[in-house]
Design a protein around this ligand. Sequence first.
Ligand code: 5CA
Length: 158
Amino acid sequence: MSELPPSAQRVVEAAASHGLSLEVVEYPDGTRTADDAAAAVGCEVGQIVKSLIFSVDGELVLALTSGSNRVDTKKLTAAAGGERCDRADANQVREVTGFAIGGVPPFGHANAVRAFFDPALLTHDVVWAAAGTPRHVFPLSPADLLTATGATEVDFTE
Ligand code: 5CA
């Protein structure tokens, strides 16, 4: 494998701390969105893990969402036990995770965040998530993803 950029290396190291050995794949045409990633990998869009940051009553939380689903902010608010939910802006995403939108990985963030896990991800044998850049992704089993993220499995999509 060619050398990984530092952002992707951080994700590999975070995975290793959870006992997971990642195989990061680079797609030069880009994997910035779930649709881009599915096209690059050649998988269903539902197999792409969107790592989305929302602000619930000011607390930044992570919604690990299947690429084929949309977040229902009312459900996510309820799951988080809050009252108000907004999408985080690009600066908040970078501050809390240490990564830029388009490459936010599901773990390896700069700060600990509560995480919520879309059960639809568990219907696939393998899912693909961002590895810290808009060009790098990695496959893993959704069960391993759930364990490594310590996320709460709950329905928060439309
Ligand atoms: N690498 C891909 C597939 S793993 C990826 O990171 N997809 S993603 O869905 O997790 O990240 C893109 C998401 O970032 C978009 O769906 C959108 O929800 C969010 N986003 C894009 N632009 C902005 C923005 N300006 N402010 C806040 N969120 C944004």
